[in-house]
Design a protein around this ligand. Structure first.
Ligand code: VGL
Length: 228
């Protein structure tokens, strides 16, 4: 826990006026919460909703992403191949490790957590992992090599956004990768810890370190943010 204290911002963090700020909800779907115990349930996953909604009040633009995976994707775990085990090279370059089936369109797990807007009510929304041989993490690119844009970065640039407030699920996978992609694209990125939950404490620690090394700011909650 010590490292968490070191990598999380202490005191107030100035953010620009809302015209230049966007709020991003990464994969805030039931499949990553206890609502769906057979997918990738994260304890307290549903509890991010109020904080995501508070965070959005500081922004002029609210964007979101969802995993949208076909059943039977090549990365699906099964009895012989448990979750987190690496896939062989013949699975292709756009998958890395196996995961339980999750976020299949038409199922409860695919839906955003209750209390969030509908995708159509966001200013911009993207769906990722639609192809059965692709399992991206970050919401800015469809492929792991980051050549095929989802349009998130371009949209934020056109809207004149400088700062992106980020929350969602899971902190140690899709939130982390999305934040790193946005930081590399030149945005000030602020990850809101209270608007995130992670799959495992060890990978959360690594994610916080990796984000800090990339210049990403992590705050405990929106209370720490002060408009400049
Ligand atoms: C995610 C693991 C597998 C995420 C998605 O949204 O963070 N994590 N698939």
């Amino acid at each position: 826990m010590l490292e968490t204290e070191i990598t999380i911002q202490q005191g107030v963090l100035p953010v620009p006026p809302r015209e230049r700020v966007a709020s991003l909800d990464v994969d805030a779907q039931n499949c990553f919460t206890p609502v769906c115990p057979n997918e990738l349930p994260i304890p307290e996953g549903t509890e991010i909703v109020a904080e995501l909604n508070r965070q959005a009040l500081l922004a002029s633009v609210r964007i979101g992403s969802k995993d949208a995976h076909p059943a039977g994707a090549v990365w699906e775990a099964d009895e012989q191949h448990p979750p987190l085990t690496p896939l062989g090279e013949d699975a292709g370059e756009n998958v890395d490790i196996r995961w339980p089936r999750h976020a299949v369109p038409g199922t409860k797990g695919f839906e955003l957590i209750e209390g969030l807007p509908r995708p159509a009510d966001y200013d911009f929304f993207t769906w990722k992992g639609v192809e059965p041989d692709m399992h991206p993490y970050g919401c800015c690119y469809h492929d792991l090599a980051e050549r095929m844009s989802t349009g998130v970065i371009e949209y934020l640039k056109v809207r004149g956004i400088e700062t992106v407030l980020v929350g969602g699920l899971a902190l140690d996978y899709c939130v982390k990768t999305s934040a790193l992609q946005l930081a590399r694209a030149g945005f000030q990125v602020v990850v809101n810890r209270a608007a995130c939950r992670g799959l495992a404490p060890e990978t959360v620690e690594l994610a916080l370190q990796e984000m800090a090394d990339a210049g990403i700011e992590v705050v405990e909650s929106v209370e720490q943010l002060q408009v400049m």
